[in-house]
Design a protein around this ligand. Structure first.
Ligand SMILES: Nc1ncnc2c1ncn2[C@@H]1O[C@H](COP(=O)(O)OP(=O)(O)OP(=O)(O)O)[C@@H](O)[C@H]1O
Ligand SMILES: [Mg+2]
Length: 261
């Protein structure tokens, strides 16, 4: 099976990108898939959520690899990949990535750097997922160039605002100018609380507005206290509350993602 690379992105903050990257990644590993997660957010939330509590102490992160690509150094792209006990690999990130923004912007082929780094790794994995920061800057654009598709987590706690328009425009621009095969993997509704009327309203609006042009996943990720607690103790939702509704929702999401393949 050829490797599928997916960017998990939305420039709106707090929509569940990091939780989705982590939990979908582990659910894919439960299905026997070889999975690499790539943290591309200088906050290092994905890295922390997987238990590396102090990302700034890590010697090699994605920032080093971007630097090596810019300098044309022939370093091993696998250097610094961490393996997690739940069966996935992680390329971590830390605050050093924030300092790479300018060198990346100044580099030759500045949109291709992540792609250059990740391409040789595709033979080792069935899925590579990029957790994007909440911006439409040059690093998320690099993730779109390196990806087959973009998975868009959308919180049902807010009426879908212009954020989606900006994101879909950026995806369209990348497709037209650089990566013609880039697609939208799907829109994922997150932080769903069935007692909240707005949540039902937002779900319906998204399905009505976007459902004909894009896949809106049948699976909706519920809001749960356990899912809010898990990252702070560095545990996945499967380790923290494996029988809960959030864990089972991500198992269903993995099924939807695999089935499309
Ligand atoms: N299913 C859930 N139920 C309850 N809380 C959740 C759930 N998923 C994520 N959270 C919490 O909501 C917050 C935002 O989630 P997350 O960090 O995954 O979003 P994000 O889109 O990656 O944010 P950012 O834009 O800052 O990168 C976090 O505090 C997280 O712990
Ligand atoms: Mg995040």
């Amino acid at each position: 099976m050829p490797c599928r690379t997916i960017a998990v992105a939305n420039q709106k903050g707090g929509t569940g990108k990091t939780a989705t990257t982590l939990s979908l990644g582990i659910a894919l590993a439960h299905r026997g898939k070889r999975v690499l997660l790539v943290d591309t957010d200088p906050q290092g939330d994905l890295t922390k959520s997987l238990g590396w509590a102090d990302p700034d102490s890590l010697e090699t992160t994605i920032a080093n690899h971007l630097g090596a690509v810019i300098e044309g150094e022939g370093t091993d792209p696998r250097e610094g990949i961490l393996s997690h006990k739940e069966g996935i690999d992680l390329m971590p990130a830390n605050i050093e990535l924030a300092g790479m923004e300018m060198p990346v912007l100044m580099a030759m082929s500045r949109e291709q750097l992540l792609n250059v780094w990740v391409s040789p790794l595709k033979g080792d994995y069935d899925f590579i997922l990029f957790d994007c920061a909440p911006t439409l800057g040059i690093i998320p654009v690099n993730a779109f160039v390196a990806s087959d598709s973009v998975l868009i987590p959308v919180s049902v706690e807010y009426l879908p605002a212009s954020a989606m328009v900006g994101l879909l425009n950026t995806i369209g621009r990348v497709r037209r100018q650089i990566n013609p095969t880039l697609s939208v993997e799907g829109i994922l509704l997150t932080l769903f609380d069935s007692r909240n009327n707005l949540a039902h309203e937002v779900e319906q609006t998204i399905r009505d507005q976007y459902g004909s042009a894009y896949r809106v996943f049948d699976t909706v990720i519920p809001r749960a206290v356990s899912a809010a607690e898990a990252p702070s103790v560095g545990a996945s939702i499967f380790a923290y509350d494996g029988r809960g509704k959030v864990a089972s929702a991500f198992e269903r999401l993995a099924e939807e993602v695999v089935c499309r393949g």
